[in-house]
Design a binder for this molecule. Structure first.
Ligand code: ADP
Ligand code: GLC
Length: 480
């Protein structure tokens, strides 16, 4: 089985969120199952400057974008395996961010990702390495199935590849003015309501959903939710009619990166039967973030993109009551300006007890997962969510809204802590959230029970093995 995995971000090269973690974990698990797999992504500035052993293939591809012809350089890296190809064109990708500045998206995102996606198809044709399956992810690769079918000029291509399209987040659809459609060079009939068109605009995620052989999303609950008006972001009718062509596959965790027993970012490692290291990590985190709380006071942690999805509206309303309790709160996040300001406001309201770091900081995210007691994840919706899974492994008990992957992966803890792995709340309100926080704080005071809950959380296994097997079955299914 030969697979080409295409995504706009892959760890460790470049990341804005969970999509990149999946691009690391899933291909690695597939490789271990004798799948011949390569990956492909753009060569952003942060890839060029990241200290990776990048090599130039010497290949140059001529890519039509509307009436223009642009050249793509093809670079690659073999470490970490599997091989990753990079599409380089500095005019498009040598920028400080991947998709947007804090105030707005780059205004040529359509040109950038049409170019990237066509370069994928052109590379397949040039390399003569014909994948059986091309696995695409999110809107940035939503047009790939169409380019594979119709070719770079829209005049047709002898397609042998099958396609899987994975929806990581339906809220980001890649919507662009219909006027730009000519940049694709695709036949005009693809710009209709059963394919890439959406109320006069181009909708890239819709193109992926309607044109791939099979569509997956990243949890069972989200696979159901997006068939409803509430979560379907305008595409629920199409999704509701897909039946078995839309499947949910819950992610795994790469435990070589996210495991407190081996994590190089921690002050001290720890394991379920010896939690001393977790105390040290907490002390370090308190010091690092400038908190003044006692070492045994509960500490809540949160690492997040600062966007509406992540439950920051109800958290903001709940904060004044929440911070009345004797506890600390550390937050690491980057994103919308309004939330960045809110974080700074909280830090000045509760100095010594609330601390925020604004920006993207992978080592600090590990320290927070390890050093906190409780993890805050009140997302309004969450297709899968990875931080709740990392939190389990680090014995940091998550508070989650029952939605998407959070509902699939966390079992509610009962009042005696006899079962369950996290504190769930169903009604998406500040009160709902506060109730869950109070349950967590009450159980935290009962130290022996708390420790048994921590050990149970750490024993959960969400390794990639299961998800990789499921994907192999899916690839086989669409090939037969
Ligand atoms: P999403 O993809 O919606 O952001 P996930 O829970 O799937 O949510 O994945 C988020 C990933 O991004 C996690 O690995 C998390 O640790 C990481 N992350 C998010 N924000 C930051 C940040 N500011 N600094 C470091 N890592 C972050
Ligand atoms: C998206 C989702 C998140 C998911 C991640 C990886 O960014 O918001 O829930 O875990 O993709 O699939």
């Amino acid at each position: 089985m030969r697979v080409l995995y295409a995504a706009s971000e892959i760890m460790p090269f470049a990341s804005t969120g969970g999509l990149a973690d999946v691009g690391a974990g899933l291909p690695k698990a597939l490789l271990a199952r004798n799948t011949e797999i390569s990956r492909i992504m753009p060569l952003y500035r942060r890839v060029a400057e990241g200290g990776f052993a990048l090599k130039d293939t010497g290949l140059r591809l001529d890519i039509p974008v509307g009436f223009q012809m642009h050249q793509a350089e093809v670079w690659y890296a073999n470490d970490p395996p599997p091989r990753t190809y990079f599409i380089r064109r500095d005019e498009y990708f040598d920028r400080s961010q991947l998709y947007s500045l804090p105030e707005r998206d780059y205004d040529d995102n359509f040109d950038r990702f049409v170019f990237f996606q066509k370069a994928i198809v052109s590379l397949i044709d040039t390399l003569q390495w014909h994948p059986d399956v091309v696995h695409c992810s999110d809107w940035q690769t939503g047009l790939v199935p169409l380019f594979l079918r119709h070719g770079l000029q829209g005049s047709g291509r002898k397609q042998t590849e099958r396609t899987v399209f994975t929806i990581h987040n339906l809220a980001y659809q890649g919507l662009f003015p219909g006027l730009h459609y000519s940049l694709t060079n695709l036949p005009f009939y693809c710009f209709n309501m059963d394919c890439a068109e959406f109320y006069g605009s181009i909708n890239c995620i819709k193109a992926g959903i309607t044109s791939a052989n099979l569509v997956t999303t990243v949890s069972h609950t989200y696979a159901q939710e997006i068939r409803t008006e509430e979560y379907g972001c305008g595409l629920h009718d199409i999704l509701a009619q897909m039946g078995g062509r839309l499947a949910g596959v819950v992610h795994g965790v790469d435990y070589s990166l996210w495991n407190p027993a081996v994590d190089p970012h921690l002050a001290q490692s720890y394991e379920p039967d010896n939690l001393d290291g977790k105390k040290t990590c907490k002390e370090e985190l308190i010091r690092l973030m400038g908190l003044t709380i006692a070492a045994d006071a509960p500490l809540i942690g949160m690492v997040t993109r600062l966007v509406d999805q992540k439950g920051l509206d109800i958290l903001a309303e709940a904060m004044p009551k929440l911070m009345k309790a004797d506890m600390g709160f550390v937050l690491l996040g980057a994103g919308q300006d309004k939330y960045q300001k809110l974080c700074l406001e909280w830090a000045s309201l509760w100095p010594g007890r609330f601390a925020a770091r604004l920006g993207y900081d992978n080592p600090l995210s590990h320290k927070i997962e390890a050093g906190a007691d409780i993890y805050m994840m009140p997302s309004r919706f969450e297709p899968c969510g990875l931080n709740q899974l990392y939190s389990l492994k680090y014995g940091t008990i998550p508070i989650v809204h029952t939605t998407g992957g959070l509902d699939d992966t966390i079992q509610d803890i009962d009042s005696e802590g006899r079962e369950g792995t996290g504190f769930k709340f169903r009604t998406y309100t500040p009160e709902g959230l506060l109730h869950a926080v109070n349950r967590a704080l009450a159980l935290y005071r009962r130290r022996e029970i708390w420790t048994s809950v921590v050990r149970r959380a750490m024993a959960q296994d969400f390794s990639w093995d299961r998800a990789a097997e499921e994907y192999l079955r899916i690839y086989q299914q669409i090939m037969s």
